[in-house]
Every structure is written in C-alpha cells, then in structure tokens.
Design a protein around this ligand. Structure first.
Ligand code: ACO
Length: 356
C-alpha cells in the first residue's frame, strides 16, 4: 500500500512589532509610495530584541501540533528551513525540538534561502513516503531584520520576520503532497549574498565595519531571474504531479514582490481569486513566506478539502522550488484548536519609532 504524506496541522507566528513604510522613511531616503508601487509591501513585522528564531519556530509549531492534535513526543523529525538561525552551530531545529518536548525527534536545519520551506517539505515528504518516519514537522522561519543593513534602502525595505509550520503525517488516505520540483543555480551567488561570517570571509573587525554581515542584493538582476524561474518551477512541479495550471485551485507564491507575483499570474492567466497575497502585511519573510501565506490562505477560507494548491518559491543561490498539494484536512480544525490562530489577529502595538 502507498504511504502518502498529508498536511494535518499548520500554524504561523508573526512578531507583534509592526514597522510601516513611514517608519522606514525615518531611517532611509524612501517613501511609502515607492515601496508600495515597486513591491506591494505596506508594513512588515520585526522580532523583539528578546525573540529568537527558535521562539518564532516554536510558536508556529505549537499551533501546527494543536491543529493536528499531536503530542510533540510523537514527532519523529523536525526540519527547520532558515538562513537566519539562532547560531551558526548548533542547529536551530534541535533547540526547537527540545523546546517543544519532541523528546524522540531527530532534527536538522536546511538552508535554501526563500525556497527553504519547499525544500523542507520535499525532504519531509520523502522521509514519510519511504516509511522511515510518520510525523514530520517542517518549519520555515526567519529573523532577517538582524541581517539587514538599515542604511541600505535597496534592501532594508523589503524584508520582515516570521515563521510558518506544517505537520506532515503518514497516511494511506489519498492526497497530500503530490509533486515537487527543486532547482538551484550557483551562478546567482553574488546576486543575493551575506558576504562575511562564513569560511571565505570569517568575522573580523573589518567585516563588521564594512557591514559585510548583512544582505547585499542586485535587485533588478534578481527580479528578472525570479520572474522567469518562478514560472518554470511552477510548470515543473505541476508536471511532476501530472497536472496543468488549469487543475490548480489556489496558487501560493513566495511573497517577495507583488510585481513578480503579477508577472507569473499574467504568464499563465491566473485570476486574483486563485492567487493568495499577504506581502502587504509581512514583506519578504524568506523561508517563512510560503508557509505563512499558506496558513493565511487557509484562515481566509481560500482552501477546502479536495483543492489542489501549487506553492512556488525563489531565492538566494539561486534556488527555486514548487510543490503541489491535494488538500485533505478540514480547515476549521484551526479554529477549534486551543490557542491556534490567535496570533493571526491585529498587531498588538506599533513600532512608531522604528527602533531596531
Ligand atoms: N526607496 C526609494 N528609491 C529607491 C529605493 C527605496 N527603498 N530602493 C531603490 N531606489 C531607487 C534606486 O536607487 C533607483 O534610483 P535611480 O534610478 O535614481 O538609480 C530606482 O529606485 C530604481 O531602482 P531599481 O533597483 O531599478 O528598482 P526596481 O524597480 O528593480 O525595484 C526591487 C527594486 C524592489 C528590489 C526589485 O528589483 C525586486 O523586487 N527584486 C527582486 C527581489 C527578490 O525577489 N528577492 C528574492 C530573494 S531574497 C532572498 O532569498 C533572501
């Protein structure tokens, strides 16, 4: 009998601090009109000083486990996709598993930038389908605000912090994860890079002084590559599931730039009602972007059992990925789970002074 990997739990966490475009205009020479027109972003969440990548992950993961009704001790594996871990060493996933009480779970981190969650989902699905594990938690999480040059207007306006998590469970029920495509091209290395802190440029006073521990990006090059590759990854993932664009009920694209999303929509004739967008609230949260959008799409009644969802991401590397789901869970489970979705509400306070 075939073992399928079904998504049975989902959750997200967005830090409560909101930074608006007007807040940013107090830090760098920018304005709300430029940011909204060029990117679609109106505000983003910024982790508080005492929030860690592990904490964001655990908040999202607890919701996912509550939705599924699974005891953390039953988890076999925790995969954390992030390019902003708590430490270079050890892995954030191990800290997340401990904090959750996932006492018998294995854990590893995975770095594929904004495509990381889809790489994690493909990995988790493979573990489940092979029969090695039954309960796998996949988390996409970032605290990018700690890796931004807050004097560089070409990058600091784009990114935000957050986490999204899904629980994959083995089942003989049909549906769940139907197809994937993963892509990489190291030729894009210089286009999005944190130049120092790795083995080529270890941290030094000079690297800190030169702000080389923050994200540098050649925006317009990335833009051109992303618009083309998102379409190719979408088609490749659909092919692997034996489907076409017309078979998809909901598209969940990486929320990097509204213009990139519109360009993919235009390429395939995808209507707005089939395209979930929340970039205006969170900006580009890298590996957290796709799972946060998925969770909010479910919370917005965009997804029902039997629906086919295509998720597509693109990121530094370059990397890209696509994944097709046939949705099987009752979306209202999230509302019944104690504490779940509570953090999807309105922000509790604003960061008017943009003190980051
Ligand atoms: N406010 C005002 N003006 C700005 C700002 C700003 N924040 N940033 C740049 N500008 C100016 C530039 O200086 C330039 O001015 P000039 O014409 O006088 O030289 C002008 O605006 C146009 O700049 P471009 O970079 O050409 O603007 P573009 O339309 O390409 O938009 C953007 C820039 C939004 C970054 C876009 O290129 C983009 O979204 N790229 C893709 C980013 C992406 O998808 N990243 C995903 C991966 S991220 C990861 O993996 C972690």
């Amino acid at each position: 009998m075939t073992t399928n990997a079904l998504i049975t739990g989902w959750g997200m966490y967005a830090p409560s601090h909101v930074m608006t475009n007007d807040d940013l205009a107090k830090l760098v020479d920018t304005n709300d009109e430029w940011i909204v027109t060029r990117t679609g972003i109106r505000e983003r969440r910024i982790a508080a000083d005492d929030e860690t990548t592990t904490m964001l992950s655990v908040n999202a993961a607890r919701d996912a486990l509550a939705v599924a009704g699974l005891d953390p001790a039953e988890l076999d594996l925790v995969i954390v996709a992030t390019c902003t871990p708590d430490y270079p060493l050890p892995a954030t996933s191990v800290l997340v598993a401990s904090e959750l009480g996932a006492t018998r779970a294995a854990g590893f981190d995975l770095q594929a930038a904004c495509s990381g969650f889809l790489y994690g989902l493909a990995s988790g699905t493979s573990f489940v389908r092979s029969g090695m594990y039954r309960n796998v938690l996949v988390i996409g999480v970032e605290i990018l605000s700690r890796f931004l040059d807050w004097s560089d207007r070409s990058t600091c306006v784009l990114f935000g912090d957050g986490a999204g998590a899904v629980l994959l469970q083995a089942s003989d029920q049909p549906g769940g994860m139907l197809g994937f495509d993963l892509f990489s091209d190291g030729g894009g290395c210089e286009a999005i890079i944190v130049p120092a802190g790795g083995s080529i440029n270890p941290a030094s006073h000079a690297t800190v002084d030169a702000r080389q521990h923050t994200i540098k990006m050649l925006g317009s090059e990335v833009y051109k590559y992303a618009t083309r590759q998102m379409g190719e990854s979408a088609l490749a993932a659909l092919r692997s599931a034996g489907m076409t664009v017309d078979d998809v009920d909901q598209f969940v694209f990486h929320q990097a730039n509204l213009r990139i999303i519109h360009s993919v929509q235009k390429q395939f004739g995808i209507p707005d009602e089939k395209t979930f967008v929340n970039i205006e609230k969170y900006g580009n949260t890298s590996a957290a972007s796709v799972p946060m959008a998925l969770v909010e799409a479910i919370a917005s009644d965009r997804v029902k059992p039997g629906d086919r969802i295509l998720m597509v991401a693109f990121g530094a590397g370059y990397t890209a990925g696509g994944a097709v789901i046939e949705w099987t869970a009752d979306p209202s489970r999230a509302l019944l789970a104690p504490g779940s979705q509570t953090r999807l509400g309105e922000p509790q306070r604003t960061l008017a002074d943009a003190a980051v």
